[in-house]
Design a protein around this ligand. Structure first.
Ligand SMILES: NC(=O)c1ccc[n+]([C@@H]2O[C@H](COP(=O)([O-])OP(=O)(O)OC[C@H]3O[C@@H](n4cnc5c(N)ncnc54)[C@H](OP(=O)(O)O)[C@@H]3O)[C@@H](O)[C@H]2O)c1
Length: 237
């Protein structure tokens, strides 16, 4: 499918995977609306990428999402790439119920994106949501991330059946070098290099590599209900 001239809305599109997708889609000739919560990120992105329309929205604000979708008008593709929640990386038995439940706000954010976006989506349009490797390969301490990812992947399959002929797919990134790892501070590069050594391809991934997977999900007209793994082989033993 040629996406030239098509309208694409990306929620969580001011950083990392979402921003890389916005840039890739714009380069492929699409009209791109890209949004997130932080006005600082929106302004910086708008300066760096004037050809993309950036705006402020929170996945937990249905009215804000609705007006963003309305402003884009007839939408061909929706991408949900927002983090949308804090995640607590602790063994399940060491987490509070509140901490565990908080991770699911990513999922509830995606349900808002779908509910508000579908009325504006064309019949041959697509939705792509981002899950993650922990959905299917969970290390100790990642139960909340794993369960949230599984919920997202379940939603993808359920919606693919209900929303057809509109297509619904997912992309599951492995460890990708984005702002998600800024918590390592000035040790980030060394930490990611070290993590990369344990991955089949010997390195962590780049946001642009995941964006390429999202572009495939958007543009292949015979692909629905699929979760595409872009993880350097992380699911293999
Ligand atoms: N990087 C990885 O290794 C990895 C692995 C597996 C899965 N993922 C998933 O990939 C997706 C993208 O993550 P990333 O690595 O690209 O992280 P990132 O660089 O931190 O980007 C996250 C984006 O989501 C936006 N965002 C967060 N909460 C939001 C909300 N409630 N409403 C609207 N926008 C929101 C952020 O902007 P604001 O702060 O301005 O809202 C930002 O634009 C996430 O769903 C993440 O869980 C990432």
């Amino acid at each position: 499918m040629d996406i030239q001239g098509q309208n694409i809305v990306i929620i969580g599109g001011t950083s990392g995977i979402g921003l890389a997708t916005a840039v890739a889609a714009q380069k492929a000739g699409a009209n791109v609306w890209s949004a997130s919560r932080s006005m600082d990120k929106v302004s910086l992105c708008q300066t760096n990428h004037p050809e993309i329309q950036f705006s402020q929205v929170d996945t937990h604000d249905p009215e804000g999402l609705k007006s963003l979708f309305q402003s884009a008008g007839r939408i061909n593709h929706i991408v949900g790439a927002a983090t949308g929640a804090d995640r607590t990386m602790l063994p399940f038995m060491e987490q509070t119920d509140e901490q565990f439940r908080e991770a699911f706000n990513k999922f509830w954010g995606y349900t808002n994106v779908v509910r508000q976006g579908v009325p504006f989506l064309v019949d041959d349009g697509s939705i792509t949501l981002i899950s993650g490797t922990p959905a299917r390969k969970c290390n100790p301490g990642m139960s909340s991330v794993s369960c949230t990812g599984n919920a997202v992947e379940g939603l993808i399959r359920a919606l693919a059946t209900e929303l057809a002929p509109r297509r619904v797919n997912g992309v599951a990134p492995g460890i990708i070098d984005t702002a998600m790892f800024d918590r390592f501070g000035d040790k980030k590069a060394a930490a990611l290099e070290n993590i990369g050594k344990g991955i089949l391809l010997g390195r962590v991934g780049a946001a642009e590599e995941v964006a390429a997977g999202i572009m495939l999900a958007i543009s292949n007209p015979y692909m629905t209900g699929v979760v595409l793994d872009v993880d350097g082989g992380a699911l293999l033993p």
